[in-house]
Design a protein around this ligand. Structure first.
Ligand code: ADP
Length: 330
């Protein structure tokens, strides 16, 4: 990946793209401050790739990113850009980069955003570095993505409150968390929230088995239960799973959907540290002449991988964690 060292990296651009995640702001801050430390100018591109196409930029100095380490969302705003999926759109985006005499682009976002960055690099040879910013944690090439742990904190705050009601009324609650294609949030929320089960898109859900488990719990005197459902579970969303349980066993269940809350909020300490490490590493990669890569964290070391890893490799869930949920529910 490291290419010919760019003689003088003078100016870089940074943008946030796709679904926002708590921790994008500390990542922007880290990019800006690291660049300035190395006497490199930075421009922020607003509204993701749309802003790049339409030339909506703002100079970022050290003060521009003061007081944002603890703010959710992204000061650069984020968007999904249809235009960038076209060659003509990417050409306009490239012209914006040339106009500003930028010689490197840092993209904070998910795998979709990486695909866009990769296309741009393939067509223009422009250096691009991806920083994994998504609550879903579904990007291969990094153990964690920025925003994941804050989303878990949000989910367990809700789960803890629902647990009070579940216990007071002897009820079964199905709590739906985000994760259309991946169960990382559901699995981590289930462990941290002390749930009885986690239903994930990666593993087949067996309603009969769930009912049997619930009956076993009852026999053992456990009268309230919480099951975490990833929104993209193969048995359906939480409401649909509740209906299937009701039809099969006659159990009334309560459903709670946590939803978009998980995308916002004050970034947790873990996410701030991860964002600072990865944002800073992205700039270092550009300085070192890396042309097209993503930065990530693996066993607490900052690493780089080809951008393609994000869509060519599926990140597996850790089955031992699923087993742990089962063990903890006995
Ligand atoms: P995320 O980055 O969170 O996965 P998306 O999948 O919505 O979010 O991708 C964000 C943006 O990246 C898209 O709106 C589009 O502009 C760009 N993008 C995604 N896939 C491609 C692609 N194959 N080619 C070019 N641009 C893409």
């Amino acid at each position: 990946m490291p290419g010919k060292k760019i003689k003088k990296l003078k100016k870089i651009a940074v943008l946030t793209s796709g679904g926002d995640s708590p921790g994008m702001n500390p990542a922007i801050r880290a990019v800006v401050r690291t660049a300035i430390y190395h006497k490199i100018e930075v421009i922020g591109v607003k509204w993701g790739y749309d802003g790049l196409i339409k030339n909506i930029t703002t100079p970022l100095i050290s003060r521009s990113v003061g007081g944002i380490i603890n703010r959710g969302g992204t000061i650069l705003y984020s968007a999904r850009s249809k235009g960038f999926k076209t060659k003509a759109g990417r050409k306009k985006a490239f012209n914006t980069l040339k106009k500003h005499r930028v010689n490197g682009l840092i993209v904070i976002g998910g795998d979709g955003s990486y695909r866009g960055a990769h296309e741009l690099h393939q067509e223009t040879d422009f250096p691009v570095i991806g920083v994994p910013g998504t609550i879903d944690n579904d990007i291969a090439g990094t153990d964690y993505t920025i925003g994941f742990y804050t989303a878990i904190d949000t989910a367990i705050e809700a789960i803890d409150k629902i647990r009070d009601t579940a216990v007071s009324h002897n009820r079964l609650f199905l709590i739906e968390v985000m994760g259309r294609h991946a169960g990382f949030i559901a699995l981590a929320s289930a462990i941290a929230g002390g749930a009885e089960d986690a239903l994930l898109p990666e593993t087949p859900t067996n309603i009969t088995k769930i009912i049997k488990q619930l009956q076993n719990y009852k026999k053992r005197g456990k009268v309230s239960s919480i099951i975490i459902v990833a929104e993209g579970d193969d048995a359906g969303n939480a409401l649909e799973v509740a209906e299937k349980i009701r039809k099969k066993a006659g159990y009334e269940t309560r459903v709670s959907v946590i939803g978009y809350q998980q995308r916002g909020g004050i970034p947790s300490a873990l996410d701030r540290i991860l964002a600072t490490r990865l944002g800073s590493a992205a700039v270092e990669e550009l300085i070192n002449g890396t042309k097209c890569a993503m930065v990530g964290i693996q066993t607490n070391e900052v690493i780089t991988n080809p951008l393609e890893i994000a869509w060519e490799k599926k990140k597996p869930i850790d089955k031992s964690l699923l087993k742990l949920v089962e063990v903890m529910s006995c």
